[in-house]
Ligand binder design. Sequence first.
Ligand code: ASP
Length: 418
Amino acid sequence: MGERLKRYRLVIAIGIAFLIGLLVGYAFMVAVPEESARAEYIAWFKAIGDIFVRLVKVIIPVIIFFTISSAVASIKNAKTLGKILLWILIIYIITSIIGATWGLIGGTVFKPGAGVNLTPPSDYVAPTPMKGPEILLSFFKTDFSQLLTAKGAMTMIIFAILFGTAVTLLGDRGRKVADQLKLISDTLIKVVRIIMWYAPIAIFGYGVWLMATYGPKILGAYGKFLGVDYLMTFIHFFLVYSIVVMLGGLSPLKFFKEQSEPFVIAYSTRSSAVNLPFNMAAAKRMGVPDEVFGITVPIGATVNMDGTALYQVLSALFIAQLFGIHLGPGAFGLIVFSALVGSVATAAIPSGGTIMLAFVLSVVGLPLEGIAIMMAVDPIADALRTAVNASGDNACSVLITRLIGMKLRKGPTTESEL
Ligand code: ASP
């Protein structure tokens, strides 16, 4: 087998497995048209995928801690760290606002909710959206055990940055700790690479489940919303990230090639947190230095969600159109701003963005019943926005590398290094 083929054999296997899964799911849909009759069998296929997600998920908080703290500890110059964090803030905000704007354009040009007949299910209870201060405080958990959950990722990041900084401040004595942090973080990535061999089977299971459960809805009343959502999200993915990586000095072709593996994994697992180790491996293959992606990618997985910002804006417009609510130009600005905050606060878990949609809808004064309507088809929209959320982190990491005056590493990375 050629060296190149060898490097991509897993991603090819995953892609093929996913497609076969979708086909099998479609066959299921045709063979057993009754949804309730299908559900019992389909649950098994979902379980096959869930095993993979759970295996990765349990080590995510530990990975976040070790990669960030070891990256911070390896940066001896406080100014460099400050520069990375500042550029993270600027670039992540700009790209998310661009994402949200695509949602605005899609919603106003195509009006996916106009003339569509959808009503929320009768047993629906409207959620209580978070308020501004609650969102801010949700980044600061109250005890350590909460740091070990997906929702505690932000506090874990803050703790890891403090820890890494403290190691640096220890001077010579801290070097030993820094070496160990790096060693453990490399080991954890290896653990994920082992689990990865199970991925094609898991992703096949998810493919069957996704198609057999949501297939009919893609063809129904949700078709127009999903069509616009996918169109705008793909435009953001191909156009904006090509420009971002070119500004960073990387060829878009190389970017999309290396990003293909985390793209499929994020697409089928619908969690930026689960995808984190795969995204970091891809950033490394793109040549982003360890001390940069060790900080930018885990932070990005938690706060930088362009696909989610786009989706939240588009959903808000969709819901307004469904209920026949007219929005003035002032409301558009508010929707974009609240989606920016909402996407930052969204947990990197399946459907996290739809849960936070409650915040966006309440800021703009739109009916919260809209959440129930979106939930009915969320996994399909979630899949692509998660893949794009993750891709945005890596595109921005390439650019940040250049902005802080560092260079992308050249030359091939061997399989064993990843
Ligand atoms: N599932 C998305 C992610 O993990 C979040 C969302 O639902 O928007 O990136």
